[in-house]
Design a protein around this ligand. Structure first.
Ligand SMILES: *[C@@H]1O[C@H](CO)[C@@H](O)[C@H](O)[C@H]1NC(C)=O
Ligand SMILES: *[C@@H]1O[C@H](CO)[C@@H](O)[C@H](O)[C@H]1NC(C)=O
Ligand SMILES: *[C@@H]1O[C@H](CO)[C@@H](O)[C@H](O)[C@H]1NC(C)=O
Ligand SMILES: *[C@@H]1O[C@H](CO)[C@@H](O)[C@H](O)[C@H]1NC(C)=O
Ligand SMILES: *[C@@H]1O[C@H](CO)[C@@H](O)[C@H](O)[C@H]1NC(C)=O
Ligand SMILES: *[C@@H]1O[C@H](CO)[C@@H](O)[C@H](O)[C@H]1NC(C)=O
Ligand SMILES: *[C@@H]1O[C@H](CO)[C@@H](O)[C@H](O)[C@H]1NC(C)=O
Ligand SMILES: *[C@@H]1O[C@H](CO)[C@@H](O)[C@H](O)[C@H]1NC(C)=O
Ligand SMILES: *[C@@H]1O[C@H](CO)[C@@H](O)[C@H](O)[C@H]1NC(C)=O
Ligand SMILES: *[C@@H]1O[C@H](CO)[C@@H](O)[C@H](O)[C@H]1NC(C)=O
Length: 802
């Protein structure tokens, strides 16, 4: 197993400065603003209405999140909350309240190094932070400003390595952060926390005593802490627990270190609002804390704790100091508080408050096994010399959103357990939901999940199936509560029958019960959602070979396909768009037959026929294969332009636009291994080639992915906000399609543009935005869709097997 700093991954020096800084204040042209004027007014009223009721709008366009150029690999498994980390070591961007991000850098959350020579004299002591002493005067007895020039960072999610070189005493420290994100391992992947292993290398010809101290403040006003020690199966862990209430949910932070013959662990508590001298002076004096001081429960108005691990390192050798941090928040409620949910990890560790200690012990006893499993999973990719280095970073690091997407993973309750069929994966694997984005607070936004789901189906397929069962159940549900549709100002209801909702709910309401929290459009008229459900059903079947799943989805697949049939108003086999943005490009309107929705329709017809055939539903098979034959002809006749498919059959200038995502449906069929000729193979190749030539190569020198819309004269389609955007996740998807079609170079160039722009030019690592503009701006940081990078991995796998 490899624990060494890997050669690949995202590497950055602490004193790096990114060449470009972007913001979220894109100002569209006057014409666009004019067209959106009434929507803007209504959106403003909606936001006001939210503020009056002290609620946060699901998408806040006034208080946007400023991109920070600071993030590294977040800490934590899947669905138990996450703690973001800066690449320079900051503890920041907390997602502990389910689905809610709190952006705060906690000064008291640090590591401190103390080095003592053979005379017991402290020769070096510093906070391992390059930041200045906090400006409010807190913790001012600590020495800050660790020199940035001798520190560097390597991110390879779910692990990271931080290297600190300290020339004054000729030692090197490497902190390896490990979160248990392990494909197919549903138990460990749900663990709410992670491990830090500090490797201390002493290059001197004399022994040194080195102490690493982990300091941590509780969540906001935590007031009570307690020491703990657990000694089982030859592993002894000692540390501190901090008791918190987050809203009304109990959350216990526990952090500690492994104590061995060689490593002594001691703890203390301190006031994070004070000078910090209690911590600093004891460490300076003896490299450890006085044990007696904190064995009892302590009360402060605010509290922080410190755990010190001290070891003797003989000349020219190295040693590991192993720390764990976890947050035990077994029972959660969303803002409406209608229901209490148990987090999924309680299946294995229980929901008792005292479970923290065994959990810390579990982490420090098993992290080597975690690393081995991570290694086995990643090695074939990392070791593949035919793959470019940037790709190895992109494919693993973009996965951060699986855990850090406001993700929750909960158990179903006893009633549901009784009701659900024995084939329902939610019985064993629970419910899974992740946000559309850190800023777009809607769970499992389905039109986007369509792209992102490749990561789940390949790595945790049961979670993907769980999402599918959840959406299946919504098809026949209606919610007649009142909805003001902001796009056109019409009144409607929240969820209509026989269609797929936009999302599974807002964590500031009651997700799973109150679905469809997206207020902008009338969702039952969206043309892509139903088709995307049908396509995922078949895609998931081909990946899992689970026929029961197909049987369970089939009635709803038929219902949805019949709903869609009504959108073919002229009986030519093709569905038509409604002349408003009735699909995932929710500010880019399509009129008549569109390449995007039309292509999804062809693909959905194709897989419906296939599923009908597998299930021997002969009538359905016949019905939809007839429609498919008709639809194919119409699609080609109406949209084929000799070198690409027109955007739509509308009469506006942008109807001739070259849409980067025009073959989305065909891409999905490829990913399902379907080789039937739905569109002439030659046309597919030509279209992709045109997209590459126009949307990729003519946009920013081919170095920034694929712009959504490009006019045939090579000018960016600026007719709408979104036609001039590059969607990071769509570019990854197109790259995957290019690779499926044997255009590997072109695919890699497309994806590389996204990766290089996001990680190395604009510094948006671990907050990959939904959209990049040509200049200066981005939109919606921390977004779901870029998880589609995993479809490239799937395309490469297929290429290898062919
Ligand atoms: C390390 O610390 C221990 C305990 O404080 C002490 O006994 C020992 O002499 C120290 N060793 C060195 C090399 O300073
Ligand atoms: C270092 O301190 C320990 C106790 O903390 C003591 O036992 C040891 O003798 C000291 N060593 C020296 C060289 O002072
Ligand atoms: C960084 O390391 C180099 C040796 O590699 C050393 O000369 C320099 O002084 C160090 N910088 C700081 C600020 O410690
Ligand atoms: C922390 O200190 C600040 C002043 O620096 C003070 O305003 C604040 O009330 C203190 N908080 C607590 C919990 O003591
Ligand atoms: C650890 O503790 C033991 C027993 O208290 C002591 O003998 C030893 O010197 C300590 N080691 C360090 C490195 O502090
Ligand atoms: C340290 O160890 C390495 C090999 O492990 C050896 O080459 C080197 O000479 C040693 N240095 C000192 C100062 O002992
Ligand atoms: C890694 O690559 C080397 C040669 O390139 C090969 O010998 C080795 O078996 C590979 N390891 C794995 C785990 O694929
Ligand atoms: C379980 O099914 C019964 C009967 O269909 C229904 O009344 C009840 O609401 C269901 N409970 C849940 C939790 O779905
Ligand atoms: C459907 O067709 C298959 C062969 O194509 C046949 O074996 C089967 O009996 C048919 N099922 C029904 C219900 O007609
Ligand atoms: C393709 O689009 C171009 C640009 O709008 C147009 O001039 C041309 O007539 C179209 N070709 C076909 C075959 O429709």
């Amino acid at each position: 197993m490899s624990t060494k700093v890997p050669n690949c991954g995202w590497k950055v020096k602490f004193n790096h400065s990114f060449p470009e800084k972007r913001n979220q204040f894109f100002i569209p042209s006057f014409k666009i603003l004019f067209n959106l004027f009434t929507l803007l007014i209504r959106y403003t009223l909606y936001m006001l209405w939210c503020y009056i009721r002290k609620k946060k709008p699901v998408m806040d366009y006034i208080k946007v999140v400023e991109p920070k150029q600071m993030y590294g690999v977040p800490l934590g498994g899947i669905g138990g909350g996450t703690i973001g980390r800066g690449f320079k070591g900051e503890f920041c961007r907390f997602q502990l309240k389910p689905g809610i991000y709190e952006y705060e850098i906690i000064d008291a959350d640090q590591f401190i190094v103390t080095v003592q020579n053979t005379e017991n004299v402290t020769v070096y002591q510093n906070v391992l932070s390059t930041n200045n002493s906090p400006c409010n005067g807190h913790l001012n007895s600590w020495k800050w400003n660790f020199p940035a020039e001798n520190s560097s960072y390597t991110a390879l999610y779910p692990r990271s390595w931080t290297e600190y070189f300290i020339p004054q005493c000729n030692i090197k420290l490497i902190c390896r952060q490990i979160s248990p994100i392990i494909p197919g391992n549903y138990k460990d992947s749900s663990f709410p926390g992670g491990v830090f292993v500090w490797t201390v290398m002493n290059f001197n010809s004399e022994s040194l005593n080195v102490t690493i101290t982990f300091t941590l403040k509780g969540y906001k006003k935590a007031s009570r802490c307690e020491q703990f020690e657990i000694d089982q199966n030859k592993v002894k862990v000692a540390g501190m627990k901090i008791y918190n209430n987050i809203r009304s949910m109990k959350c216990t932070f526990a952090f500690g270190a492994k104590e061995t013959i060689d490593v002594n662990v001691s703890e203390t508590s301190f006031n994070p609002n004070g000078s910090g001298a209690v911590v600093w002076d004891q460490l300076y004096e003896k490299g450890s804390f006085n044990k007696q001081q904190c064995s009892t429960v302590q009360y402060f108005s605010e509290i922080a704790c410190a755990v010190a691990a001290k070891t003797l390192i003989t000349k020219n050798s190295s040693k590991d100091l192993e720390f764990v941090l976890m947050w035990h928040m077994p029972l959660i409620q969303f803002l409406n508080g209608q229901k209490t949910h148990e987090r999924y990890y309680t299946t294995f560790f229980g929901n008792d408050n005292n479970a923290v200690e065994p959990m810390c012990h579990y982490a420090l006893s098993n992290y080597q096994k975690w690393e081995e499993e991570i290694d086995n999973w990643q090695k074939p990719t990392l070791n593949d010399s035919s793959l470019p280095e940037w790709y190895k970073s992109a494919v693993f690091n973009e996965l951060y959103f699986i855990s850090d997407g406001g993700t929750i993973w909960i158990k179903i309750d006893d009633d549901e357990y009784k009701n659900f069929s024995s084939t329902d994966p939610r019985k064993k694997y629970g419910r899974f939901a992740y946000l559309e984005g850190h800023e777009y607070r809607m769970y499992n936004t389905y039109d986007v999940h369509f792209y992102a789901s490749f990561a789940l189906i390949d790595l945790w397929p049961q979670l993907q199936l769980s999402i599918q069962y959840e959406f299946r159940d919504t098809v026949t549900r209606a919610d007649n509560s009142f909805r003001w549709i902001l796009y056109n100002g019409y009144f409607g209801c929240r969820k209509e029958l026989n269609c797929i909702p936009h999302d599974i709910g807002d964590p500031e309401e009651e997700p799973f019960l109150k679905i469809n929290s997206y207020p902008v459009h009338k969702i039952s008229d969206w043309k892509d959602l139903n088709l995307k459900f049908v396509l995922q059903c078949y895609r998931d079947f081909t990946y899992t070979n689970n026929k029961m799943y197909l049987i369970d989805m089939w009635p709803q697949v038929k219902l949805l396909m019949n709903t869609c049939l009504a959108w073919d108003t002229d009986n030519d086999g093709m569905i038509e768009n409604s002349g408003f943005p009735d699909q995932t490009y929710d500010a880019w309107k399509m009129t008549g037959i569109s390449a995007y929705c039309g292509g999804l329709w062809l693909a959905a017809l194709c897989v419906t026929v296939k599923m009908a055939s597998i299930l021997q539903d002969n009538d359905t098979e016949k019905k939809f294969s007839d429609i498919l034959e008709n639809a194919k002809v119409t699609f080609n006749r109406k949209l084929w332009n000799g070198s690409y498919y027109d955007f739509d059959t509308g009469r506006e200038i942008n109807s001739k636009s070259i849409m980067a995502d025009q073959l989305c449906g065909i891409w999905y069929l490829q990913a399902c291994g379907i080789t039937d000729e739905i569109l002439p193979q030659e046309n597919i190749k030509k279209s992709l080639y045109t997209v590459f030539e126009y949307n990729v190569k003519r946009f920013k020198n081919g170095e920034s992915g694929a712009v959504n819309g490009m006019l045939p004269n090579g000018v960016i389609d600026k007719s709408s906000i979104q036609s001039q955007e590059v969607w990071t996740g769509v570019s990854y998807a197109i790259a995957s399609h290019l690779i499926f079609q044997g255009m590997k170079e072109e695919g890699f160039q497309t994806a590389e543009g996204i990766y290089e722009t996001v990680y190395n030019k604009i510094g948006s690592s671990f907050e990959t935005p939904e959209a990049l503009y040509e200049k200066n701006c981005i939109r919606s940081v921390g977004y779901m869709r870029p998880l589609s990078v995993w479809s490239i991995q799937i395309a490469l796998k297929k290429l290898k097997n062919d």
